[in-house]
Design a protein around this ligand. Structure first.
Ligand code: FES
Length: 321
């Protein structure tokens, strides 16, 4: 398992006070979270995220913008138009002094510590983990660029932080160019670089296409929305062995959706494969892992899977539900 598994993280959640909450850009709030009381929080690494549990019980994941700083996590939150109770609640209900709960930082999107150059590409609120990486890189001799892509100047935030990075930052405004960013050109900034991307789904899909020929160990993606189910992902069957239920999972639905539609209650939170809440033991069959929670070794072992996003390589998957 990961060093801290999801159950541990849930139990390690501590009360936090919201402070210095303020508008960052169009539809984006930035806030500091600090311990309520004597709790000691570890510093986060670049690329890490925390679980934030809101007073309404919703748990969401947000990148920590200030790496290396204990006892304070800075996060930014975009008001999602289709918010299921996370970003809408934060924008409408939280203010300085509000109390939430936070988990310890976890990192599915680490900055690889070698000598290669680094190309960071962030779209909209997806820039937040990359801002943490940029701060870490700024104190090193490594070559790096940060591309920050937004719709208009009003959608761009983090000005004071970006100013510190000088000409390492390249802005792309859709409104100015009249087109989406040229990811191919950005990815080609350096030879043999690590390339990192976080942003909306369309950007990540384009990024995956233009990095298809790059060795996978150099390509790093962080998602904060569900990945599209691949068009060539076949339908399969799941058997819930404890429930005695057999369900068809069609090409366009997740296992989690199908199980919920059957009336069986299972735990979930992020629904995009990053939090570990929906981890389910595999009794028989081979999962096609799509999450960013399990390690590569855990995926090879095949003992469990994230049913919110992963698929099946075998016609039938038997799950411990
Ligand atoms: S619900 Fe978060 S990993 Fe599945």
């Amino acid at each position: 398992m990961n060093a801290i598994d999801n159950r541990d993280v849930q139990s390690l959640m501590t009360r936090a006070i919201v402070q210095d909450i303020k508008p960052e850009a169009e539809g984006v709030l930035t806030m500091e979270l600090v311990p309520d009381g004597e709790a000691e929080w570890p510093a986060s690494d670049a690329g890490a995220h925390i679980d934030v549990e809101l007073p309404n019980g919703t748990v969401r994941q947000y990148s920590v913008i200030n790496p290396g700083e204990p006892n304070k996590y800075v996060i930014s939150v975009l008001r999602a138009p289709d918010s299921r109770g996370g970003s809408k609640y934060i924008h409408d209900q939280l203010s300085d002094g509000s109390v939430v709960r936070v988990g310890r930082p976890r990192n599915n999107f680490p900055l690889i510590a070698d000598d290669r150059p680094v190309c960071l590409i962030g779209g909209g609120i997806g820039v937040t983990p990359l801002l943490a990486m940029a701060q870490t890189l700024a104190g090193t001799d490594r070559e790096w660029w940060l591309y920050y892509c937004v719709r208009t100047p009003a959608h761009a935030g983090f000005g004071r932080l970006l100013d510190r990075f000088g000409d390492r930052v390249r802005m792309h405004y859709d409104s100015a160019s009249g087109s989406a960013p040229d990811l191919q050109a950005m990815v080609g900034t350096f030879d043999d670089a690590h390339v990192y991307c976080c942003g909306p789904q369309a950007m990540l899909t384009a990024f995956e296409q233009c990095t298809a020929e790059i060795p996978s160990e150099l390509v790093h993606i962080e998602r904060f929305s569900p990945a599209d189910i691949p068009a060539d992902s076949p339908a399969f069957i799941v058997e819930l062995v404890r429930q005695g239920l057999t369900l068809d999972v069609p090409e366009d639905k997740s296992i989690l959706d199908v199980i919920e539609e059957s009336g069986v209650q299972v735990e979930s939170s992020c629904r995009i494969g990053i939090c570990g809440t929906c981890e389910t033991a595999i009794v028989e069959g081979q999962a096609d892992h799509k999450d960013e929670y399990l390690t590569d070794d855990e995926k090879k072992e095949g003992r469990s899977m994230m049913i919110c996003c992963s698929r099946s390589k075998s016609p039938v998957l038997r799950l411990d539900i």
